[in-house]
Design a protein around this ligand. Structure first.
Ligand code: PLP
Length: 381
C-alpha cells in the first residue's frame, strides 16, 4: 500500500510495505533469505534484485514502510543506529565541520568526536536550544547539524522548525535523530529537517530483540542522501533479512505501543515530581519543563522517556536503581518492558550527565505496578 495524505498513521503502520504477496496471497510478508538473485541466459535479471548487499525484497518492504511513517521520499536501513551516524560521517571531507547537540546519545557523540579527530573534521558539541551559540556556529556554515529532540538523557527540547530554517539559510543539512519521539509523536521532515535518523533498536522494534538503524530523506536528490546510499551499498552495513522482517512485523503495533507508553509516562511524571525523594523530573509533558510549549507545538504527545534526578546524589541514584524489581536495570529504551538506567556509571569519566540522573524508559505494563515498584525503590533512598 502506498502512503498518501489521506491514509491515517494508524493504518500506515499496519499496511505500509505489507502488500499481499501476489504469488501466494500471504498476508504476512515473505522473508527472503537469498543473498543473490538469478539472471536469464542472456544475462538479464529475472527480477528487480541483484545481490543482498545492494537490496533485498524484505528489506525493501521495510524501507518503504518506514518512509511512509516519516512522510519521507525514501528510507534506507542499516545494521544499527550508530551505523547511521558512521554513514553520515563518511560523507564529510577533511576541513568540514559537523555540529552536534551537547546532549545526545553519548555513544554517537563520542564516535563522531573520535572520527573527527582522526580524519580532520571539526566536530563541535553545542547547546542547540541556545540561540546565540547556534548563530555563531551556523555562521561558519557547517556541513551537517545533528540533534535529537527530546535529547537523551537530559530531555531538552529543541525548536526543530526554527533550527531547520536557520540551517537552510546557512546551507547546512539538519539531521534529526527521531528515535526518542518516534514518528507517532513527531515528524521532523514536516518541520523542515533535511534528514531523519533512527535507532530502530528502540521504539520501532519495541521488543528489545534486534539492533538496527534507519536514515530517511525528504529529497532523493539531496547530495548527502546520494552519498550515503552509495556507501551503504559498497560497505554493506545492512540489516539481515530476518531483522528486516522482524522490524516490519513489530512496526504494525508501533502506534498502539507508543500511545500506551505515553499514557503510563504521563500518569507517573507528576506523581514522581511531587515525591520527596526526587529532586526533579525531566519530562517535557510537565508544565515547568523549559521546553514544554515548544514540545506541545511540535510533538503530538510528550513521549515516554523520563529522567529522574534522585535525592542523595550518586549514592541515592545507586540505591534507587538497585532496589527496582519490576523495572529492569538495562541500557536501551523504547521496548514493551520498562527499563531504568543510572547513566553516570555507564557513560564513564567523560560524561557530563548529572551524577544522580536515572533514565526511565516507560513500557506498556500496568501503571499501578510501575508506580508500586518506583515507590518501593524510592523508599530505599
Ligand atoms: N540514537 C539514540 C537516541 C539512542 O538512544 C541510541 C542508542 O542508545 C542510538 C541512536 C544508537 O543506536 P544503536 O544502539 O542501534 O546503534
Amino acid at each position: 500500500m502506498a502512503g498518501n495524505n489521506q491514509t491515517s498513521f494508524d493504518t500506515l503502520v499496519v499496511h505500509a510495505g505489507r502488500a499481499i504477496d501476489p504469488q501466494t496471497g500471504a498476508v504476512s510478508p515473505p522473508l527472503h533469505l537469498s543473498s543473490t538473485f538469478a539472471r536469464d541466459p542472456s544475462g538479464e535479471l529475472l527480477g528487480d534484485h541483484v545481490y543482498g548487499r545492494y537490496g533485498n525484497p524484505t528489506r525493501d518492504r521495510l524501507d518503504h514502510c518506514l518512509a511512509s511513517l516519516e512522510g519521507a521520499a525514501a528510507a534506507l536501513t542499516v545494521a544499527s543506529g550508530c551505523a547511521v551516524a558512521h554513514l553520515l560521517f563518511s560523507t564529510l571531507s577533511q576541513g568540514d565541520e559537523l555540529v552536534v547537540s551537547h546532549d545526545m546519545y553519548f555513544g554517537i557523540r563520542h564516535l563522531l568526536q573520535q572520527l573527527g579527530g582522526r580524519f580532520g573534521v571539526t566536530v563541535t558539541a553545542l547547546d542547540l536550544a541556545n540561540d546565540d551559540g547556534v548563530a555563531v556556529a551556523l555562521a561558519r556554515r557547517p556541513r551537517i547539524v545533528m540533534c535529537e529532540s527530546p535529547t537523551n538523557p537530559l530531555m531538552q527540547i529543541i525548536d526543530l522548525a526554527r533550527l531547520a530554517e536557520r540551517c537552510r539559510t546557512a546551507g547546512s543539512s539538519l539531521v534529526v535523530d527521531n528515535t526518542m519521539a518516534t514518528p507517532v509523536l513527531q515528524q521532523p521532515l514536516s518541520l523542515g529537517a533535511h534528514l531523519v535518523m533512527h535507532s530502530t533498536t528502540k521504539y520501532l522494534s519495541g521488543h528489545s530483540d534486534l539492533i538496527g538503524g534507519a536514515l530517511l530523506t525528504a529529497d532523493e536528490d539531496d547530495p548527502t542522501w546520494q552519498r550515503v546510499q552509495e556507501v551503504r551499498k559498497v560497505t554493506g552495513a545492512v540489516p539481515s533479512p530476518f531483522d528486516s522482517w522482524l522490524l516490519l512485523r513489530s512496526v504494525a503495533t508501533l502506534a498502539l505501543r507508543v500511545e500506551r507508553q505515553v499514557d503510563n509516562a504521563e500518569a507517573l511524571a507528576p506523581w514522581l515530581a511531587a515525591h520527596p525523594k526526587i529532586d526533579r523530573v525531566l519530562y517535557p509533558g510537565l508544565s515547568d519543563h523549559p521546553g514544554h510549549d515548544v514540545a506541545a507545538a511540535q510533538m503530538r504527545r510528550p513521549g515516554a522517556m523520563l529522567s529522574l534526578l534522585v535525592a542523595g546524589g550518586l549514592e541515592g541514584a545507586k540505591r534507587f536503581s538497585a532496589a527496582l524489581d519490576l523495572i529492569v536495570r538495562a541500557t536501551s529504551l523504547g521496548g514493551v518492558h520498562s527499563l531504568a538506567e543510572h547513566r553516570k556509571p555507564v557513560e564513564g569519566p567523560l560524561s557530563t550527565t548529572p551524577d544522580n540522573l536515572v533514565r526511565l524508559s516507560i513500557g506498556i505494563e500496568g501503571v499501578d505496578d510501575l508506580r508500586a515498584d518506583l515507590a518501593s525503590a524510592l523508599d530505599a533512598v
